[in-house]
Design a protein around this ligand. Structure first.
Ligand code: PGA
Length: 265
């Protein structure tokens, strides 16, 4: 895992059927140029993963599963396991707030999923973030720390290299009420400081951290410019191929000034 690329993930949630997903992919691949400094990941309905995995050019896009069950096989009616997803997806969203708050997933479920993904060669994107109540009660940092400890228990330093953290304040998801960059700066610092506490300085510097929550084409660049933010997890705005392409382009362009300033120009 390296932090030299920006990671842009489109989470389509329970939108687009298999046919629509395929049309979308066709459209997006015509729009998006492959940039060496940007990695683009699509998380469609689980139903479309198999067909998209055949259609996709993996140099251009990668796939993520939105959810799966942590046991590898067995009598779990209706569930899909990480071994079944192996080779189909590169990434898995784990601990998304909709899974935590609508479907009651606990930190124990989440850490089991993190481990199931890793043992099946799928990179977890561990989503964390505080609710409105936690924010109002000044518990944002505590929530971040608790969810990191909860999700990463039993993860070794070597395994951590395969994990991406997505900071997604619950009150900002799907509300249009996005976090201001200053809040994201604080959250990213808290995440890296907790990773430092758990795994040391090098791990804290290396771990990839994304922001998610009502990201739109016109706010993407502000988040991407934050020191310590390595990409975006985009829900609603990823459903329009043109808007998503604009966001992807911001990630590409956003990386240019950094390179220039490092070169002293
Ligand atoms: P949103 O969703 O961009 O629609 O707020 C983000 C997410 O849930 O990952």
């Amino acid at each position: 895992m390296t932090r030299d690329k920006k990671l842009i993930v489109g989470n389509w949630k329970m939108n687009l059927n298999t046919h629509e997903a395929s049309l979308y992919l066709h459209k997006l691949s015509g729009l998006v140029k492959t940039h060496r400094d940007v990695e683009v990941v699509l998380a469609p309905t689980i139903l479309a993963l198999q067909s998209l995995s055949l259609q996709i050019d993996r140099r251009q896009f990668k796939l993520a599963v939105q959810n799966f069950y942590w046991r590898d096989h067995g009598a779990y009616t209706g569930e899909v396991s990480a071994p079944q997803l192996r080779g189909v997806v590169e990434y898995a969203l784990v601990g998304h707030s909709e899974r935590r708050h609508i479907f009651g997933e606990t930190d124990k479920d989440i850490r089991n999923k993190v481990q199931a993904a890793i043992r099946n060669d799928i990179q977890p994107i561990l989503c964390i973030g505080e609710t409105t109540t936690e924010r109002v009660n000044n518990e944002t940092i505590d929530t971040i720390n608790d969810q990191l400890i909860g999700g990463l228990t039993n993860v070794t330093s070597e395994e951590l290299k395969r994990i991406t953290i997505a900071y997604e304040p619950v009150w900002a998801i799907g509300t249009g009420n996005n976090a201001v960059p200053a809040d994201v700066v604080k959250a990213v610092k808290a995440i890296r400081s907790q990773i430092k506490h758990l795994y040391g300085v090098a791990a804290a510097d290396d771990v990839r951290v994304l922001y998610g929550g009502s990201v739109k084409a016109d706010s993407a660049a502000d988040y991407l410019a934050i020191d310590g933010i390595d990409g975006l997890l985009v829900g609603g705005a990823s459903l329009d191929a043109h808007v998503f392409e604009e966001i992807i382009n911001k990630a590409h362009k956003g990386s240019k000034p950094d390179i220039k300033s490092r070169g002293g120009k």
